[in-house]
Design a protein around this ligand. Sequence first.
Ligand code: GLU
Length: 376
Amino acid sequence: MSNSRKWDQINRIVIKIGTSTLTNPNGELNFEHIKNLLREISYWHNQGKEIILVSSGAVAVGAHRMNFSQVPKTMPEKQALAAIGQGELINLYEEMFAEYQKVIAQVLLTRGDFDHRLSYLNATNALLAILNLNVIPIINENDTISTVEIKFGDNDTLSAMVAAMLNADMLIILSDVDGLYDCDPRVNKNAQLFTEITNITSEMENSSLNRGSSFSSGGMFTKLKAARICMSYGAHMIIANNAVENIISRLLNGETLGTLFIPRYEKMQARKKWIAFGRLAQGTIVVDAGAEAALANNGKSLLPSGIIKVIGAFDRGALVAVENAQGYEIARGITNYSSHETGLIAGCHSSDIEKILHEKDYDEVIHRNNLWVEKS
Ligand code: GLU
């Protein structure tokens, strides 16, 4: 895919605004700054771009409203603050966007909405209907009702999953950093900014751990996770510093700012996208190097012979992650056999399945039509 920053073909854009962009370090809303960003968003919306805003800030705004000097640690307290802050936040967006004659729609999502195919399709259709009405959706996680199991936990991941769900052309993550560096710029003055990335390496991921600000949940690690999702389904992603004046316009006008993540593939088929990012994996199948190569290079189905072990308990039809022997997730798919059955036939030839299980409905543990493979 082209890596020049000519964005004429980019029409549907998800913009993620983090807590550190919306608030001052003491948690107070930075009205002037928010206003500037909304003015820019309104301008691009007037140019015919479809814009979806993913906004954090509910917990921080709630904390400020209740005079907390920092965000409390317990889940119920955070959930209470999210409920308090989300109202104030959306009210602010409503008022500020009204100045530009823009209508907004609040959409609060949980991880569970992506997990079930039907609710995933419902949410997709509702968001598409909002866009058709020329309205700007403002999305946040429904923190108040999200339990650990159904939590994204950070809006970087949420914004990438929303981008994938809506088949957006680009995700812009506005943050308090210039982009991805080769090491932590707060610690090392000689840190180099990556301007373009076509491949996220494990070194990048390892060195990105623990880089975030006090009020936000994400950090560089979750931004890389988001980039991985975008690159896999076929969209561009940019991490850029919200403090740069007119940042959105400068990015959309093609200036080389921030870090651009470039997808190498055309957009993914909708069903595969849901397999890849929609559902949570219910277990893991670990495969050997031979199976890894067969899946990655030859687009083959996963056969029992390449399976080393099974982790977790799952039924037939479950969505499972496929990991290589080094513990790196290389694929996801819908399994034909339960965890128990897969464990019994692991390492065996497909012709032995009947002998072992006393029945054989499939030769493959995961058929390639039901498999999404991460391209390296
Ligand atoms: N949903 C959280 C909030 O609105 C933010 C999560 C994040 O910082 O990424 O406060």
